[in-house]
Design a protein. Structure first.
Length: 63
């Protein structure tokens, strides 16, 4: 979507503000995705430890 908006901006069909808004929406979506992925990793780590997993030592508690 951002590429289309950029093409429209370069063609003079829209203002730079609209193009910048599209860029900001993409960045916000990327940030939200990163936050979701981080939460998923934290949850997986919590679950691993809840089932007796350990981050101490080379085996990491897996047998």
């Amino acid at each position: 979507m951002e590429r289309l908006t950029e093409a429209r901006y370069r063609a003079g069909a829209i203002t730079s503000r609209i193009w910048l808004d599209a860029q900001e929406r993409r960045r916000m979506a990327e940030e939200a995705l990163a936050e979701i992925l981080l939460a998923q990793l934290v949850n997986e780590s919590t679950l691993f430890r809840a089932f007796g997993g350990s981050t101490d030592g080379p085996g990491n508690g897996l047998q």
